[in-house]
Design a protein around this ligand. Structure first.
Ligand code: CMC
Length: 428
């Protein structure tokens, strides 16, 4: 007989089914709990709540395991291309050469954005944060492609919307940077691969030659793969919950970009560099800043440390740390920030406070250092994360629709005032 969980309430025992995943992780299915008992479960921050079953990404935080569709992140980061991983995440299997060629070709066909969208960019102030611009631009795509408004319009229409988004995000991302610089926009180059084309749109100028450095292209490919999915994190859950109302893909991804922006999530990569800069400007006393992070009366936290699910090490951080050393060596970059980062990492890893709480450097601790080395401006770091995370968001959105998941609608325990009479303003 399959396993069940028993819950005792008011002298009565209720039995609830247990669900088991393919990696033997277990959950108590509480769908019937309220109907049976009148109780709901409460779990702020969803620290111990599964919001769905999913076959996209497997993550074991205790053992530092991350796999996309069963393939270890280490193998994908070393051997695959970003578009190959995007295909894997979205369609469930590694593509054959023909499938990859067709997918790449379709993406390449759609890299241009409508000329009218240029006017939107020009209306933003130069100091506009590129994440704000990107979220708005992605949502605006829905206004140019009204046929995308119904997410259930059939496979071909869904795929066209998906391919358009993967194709156009690098263009929109690079243009948000060019706009901030008040530099002319560079059009996509369809003779370049996905990463090289993005770098070209970021760094080329109509006035001169630019050839993306292969070291940088390879590093970027790896970074995008490492960020491509991370199961039910804050932004992926946002995409799924927005999409669960059957809002279109562009609107759902735009919401995901907004969720990613925060410094506790993707915005941490920008926050790490800003923190390292602050420590450097303050004289580089790492111990002082570690003490501040431990002080409960001080709001300061070590950015790039800690993770909701990784409690041993972040496998992405291990890969990225190695890549970081390689890229800096190959590019001959000698960054004093890296020195502070290394000292900070060492002090924190040896400190009881961090050890007790399983606080290790996460992916964002190192990604910012690589982005800085390859010339990406700090405000663009989270945009880079969004570029990488896009296939994961799309895969989560597609799976949610295909599984027929119901609209996301959590309950609450109300703690406000009991019923009271309205009082006219003159009598308050
Ligand atoms: N510096 C100092 N103390 C910390 C830190 C930190 N970076 N992170 C957690 N703690 C402490 C926290 O104060 C708490 O201590 P206590 O038990 O004494 O109250 C304990 O560790 C547990 O922290 P929590 O906030 O309850 O853990 P959480 O799972 O809710 O938060 C986190 C996870 C990532 C938001 C948090 O660790 C954090 O704020 N880290 C810094 C921001 C960061 O690097 N975010 C990027 C995450 S990786 C990229 C991504 O996937 O989004």
């Amino acid at each position: 007989m399959s396993e069940t969980a028993k819950i005792e309430l008011g002298g009565e025992t209720f039995e609830l089914p247990v669900i088991e995943g393919t990696e033997n992780e277990k959950a108590i299915d509480i769908k019937s709990l309220r109907g049976l008992t009148g109780y709901i479960t409460l779990d702020t921050g969803f620290k111990n709540t599964g919001s769905t079953t999913s076959s996209i990404t497997y993550l074991d935080g205790e053992n530092g395991i991350l796999r996309y569709r069963g393939y270890p992140i280490e193998q994908l980061a070393e051997r695959a291309s970003f578009l190959e991983v995007a295909y894997l995440l979205i369609y469930g299997e590694l593509p054959t050469q023909l499938q990859l060629d067709e997918f790449t070709n379709s993406i390449t066909q759609h890299t241009l954005v409508h000329e009218d969208m240029k006017q939107f960019f020009e209306a933003y102030p130069a100091k506009a944060h590129p994440m704000g611009v990107l979220a708005s631009m992605v949502c605006s795509l829905s206004t140019f492609y009204p046929e995308s408004l119904d997410p259930n319009r059939g496979e071909d229409a869904k795929n066209l919307t998906i391919h358009r988004l993967i194709a156009k995000l690098p263009t929109l991302a690079a243009w948000s940077y060019k706009n901030a610089m008040r530099h002319p926009f560079m059009y996509p180059r369809n003779d370049m691969d996905y990463c090289a084309n993005f770098l070209n749109m970021m760094f080329a100028m109509p006035t001169g030659e630019y050839e993306p450095d292969p070291v940088v292209v390879t590093a970027l490919n790896k970074l995008l793969i490492l960020h491509a999915d991370h199961e039910q994190n804050c932004s992926a859950s946002t995409v799924r919950i927005v999409g669960s109302s059957h809002a279109n893909l562009y609107a759902s991804i735009s919401a995901g970009i907004a969720a990613l922006w925060g410094p506790l999530h993707g915005g941490a990569n920008q926050a790490v560099i800003e923190m390292l800069q602050k420590i450097a400007e303050d004289g580089g006393d790492v111990d002082k800043w570690v003490a501040k992070a431990k002080d409960k009366d001080d709001p300061f936290r070590l950015m790039g440390f800690g993770h909701r699910v990784y409690k041993n090490f972040d496998p992405r951080a291990t890969i990225i740390k190695k890549a970081c050393d390689e890229v800096l060596a190959k590019l001959g970059v000698d960054d004093p920030m890296l020195d502070i980062a290394k000292r900070l990492e060492q002090v924190a890893l040896e400190d009881e406070y961090f050890k007790e709480r399983n606080l290790y450097p996460n992916v964002d601790f190192y990604s910012g250092i690589i982005y800085k080395a390859i010339g990406i401006p700090t405000e663009m770091f989270t945009v880079m994360f969004a570029l990488g995370r896009l296939p994961g968001w799309i895969a989560q959105w597609k799976e949610m629709l295909e599984n027929g998941d119901p609209i996301g609608r959590p309950r609450q325990i109300y703690t406000g005032a009991n019923e009271r009479e309205y009082v006219n303003i003159a009598n308050r």
